[in-house]
Design a protein around this ligand. Structure first.
Ligand SMILES: Cc1ncc(COP(=O)(O)O)c(C=O)c1O
Length: 436
């Protein structure tokens, strides 16, 4: 890398010491705190392409990429230009502007079968709105989610119940966060992935009370728990049979593995799709896309309330549209897939059998163990987690910034090159040798 090669982080450490005094845990989002891998967070100063430089002048190749939005890398020139052109014309209007129409039209065009989009400021907000709409549309109170599915931090989704849930008829008995009332948690049923029988049993017991089943069609928040198209189709059939909505949370997967939705590409048409990350091109933007019959229930035309001071922010939309425009060139996805395949190939060539992962396009989850790769959260091996934690800081010191958790996926971008991946694989192989 170009700048410092010592990777001393005195300035980062000093900032962190100050941060813990004035920000809970020193961070504004928990996983940034490095709790799972140990050590202290790195403070970034600037980024371009895939290179981030910290406040001490150390440069890293970034494989976290702000947790997914930066499919074109940091500060993509067309995205930066779009934002800098619009900024002098007003940072927010709190009123209507042409960009909102362009973005809604772009999203609707990318999701065949849908007619409307509502723009919000984050993925969490999009999901909250989707659930309220599902409840408003069906008049039912309960939600089904899956173990290891993350959908933002709304109360209804911070729940993980044991797998004996349905047989014990005790939905949502265990909230994942203090501050979620058990009455709220009790409206959420959490089931294991890859088990349609569990979904059928939940519907047998609670079918007339379930408003929606929500999942990431490509579950990417607790490892990469790839589900089969048949499973997604099964969920579609069960929800349709019982009059519940199927919500695909595509905050990560939307526009990541193909232009539009991962679920639709797998042949399944949900009732609602939630978006975030890539659609904002690195700026705060979320969206809910669906048919007029459902989105038309939102205020001001319908009875389901949702609002936002910064909703449809002009800068976010400019960044998002400049990103989506570039993704309309399908060659981009071929390149991203090639990079993913190259990473897998280079890892295999190290000869370290456990240095491997699960990949879909440009999303890669390191699964550092042998045996079948997990498709359910409860089968992730503790050995894989321990190996990742052990090598994390070695790889960081070698100039590669990975998401600081064994459960998080790595993101590739059009700004990565084969040489960047070679550097990562060399660092991983070196770390593996030291651990042997
Ligand atoms: C699938 C999914 N849904 C929702 C969210 C929440 O989005 P945000 O962090 O923008 O609120 C996330 C965030 O990582 C996510 O991965």
């Amino acid at each position: 890398m170009t700048e410092s090669t010592t990777y001393a982080r005195a300035q980062s450490d000093a900032l962190y010491a100050s941060a813990v005094q004035c920000i809970p845990g020193g961070v504004n989002s928990p996983v940034r705190a490095f709790k799972s891998v140990g050590g202290k967070p790195v403070y970034f100063d600037r980024a371009q392409g895939v290179e981030v430089v910290d406040v001490d002048g150390n440069a890293y190749i970034d494989f976290c990429l702000s947790w997914g939005p930066l499919v074109l890398g940091h500060s993509n020139p067309a995205v930066v230009q779009a934002v800098t052109e619009i900024a002098p014309r007003g940072l927010t209007y709190g009123a209507c502007h042409p960009g909102e129409v362009a973005m809604a039209q772009t999203l609707v065009a990318a999701f065949p079968g849908f007619e409307m989009a509502r723009l919000v400021s984050s993925g969490t907000e999009a999901v909250m709105t989707a659930l309220r709409l599902a409840r408003g549309a069906t008049g039912r109170p309960m939600i089904v989610k899956f173990e290891g599915g993350y959908h933002g931090h709304a109360d209804a989704l911070l729940v993980k119940a044991g797998s004996g849930l349905v047989t014990h008829a005790d939905p949502g008995s265990e909230a994942s966060s203090a501050g979620v009332p058990k009455e709220v948690a009790g409206l959420t049923i959490t089931l294991p992935f890859a088990d349609l029988g569990a979904v059928e049993r939940a519907f047998e017991v609670y079918g007339d009370r379930i408003a929606a089943v929500i999942l990431e069609p490509l579950p990417a928040n607790n490892g990469l728990l790839v589900q089969t198209p048949a499973y997604l189709q099964g969920l579609r059939a069960i929800t349709r049979q019982h009059g519940a909505l199927l919500v695909f949370d595509e905050v990560i997967s939307g526009f990541r593995t193909c232009y539009g939705g991962y679920g639709a590409a797998a042949g399944v048409q949900p009732d609602l799709v939630t978006l975030g990350k890539i659609v904002g091109g690195g700026m705060p933007l979320g969206a809910l896309v669906g048919p007029k019959a459902i989105l038309g229930l939102l205020a001001p035309v319908g009875p389901v309330y949702q609002a936002g001071t910064l909703s449809g922010n002009p800068l976010s939309i400019a960044a998002g549209l400049a990103t989506l425009r570039q993704l309309q060139d399908r060659a981009v996805y071929r390149r991203l897939d090639h990079l993913g395949a190259y990473l897998e190939h280079r890892l295999a060539a190290t000869g370290v059998p456990w240095l491997r992962g699960v990949r879909v396009g440009s999303v890669f989850w390191p699964y550092f163990d042998l045996g079948p790769v997990p498709v359910r959260a409860d089968t992730i091996s503790s050995v894989a987690v321990a190996r990742f934690n052990n090598l994390y800081h070695h790889v960081l010191q070698a100039g590669c910034y990975l998401p600081p958790s064994a459960y998080e996926v790595w993101f590739l971008s059009t700004a990565h090159s084969e040489a960047h991946l070679d550097a990562l694989v060399a660092a991983l192989a070196d770390a593996a040798r030291r651990m042997a």
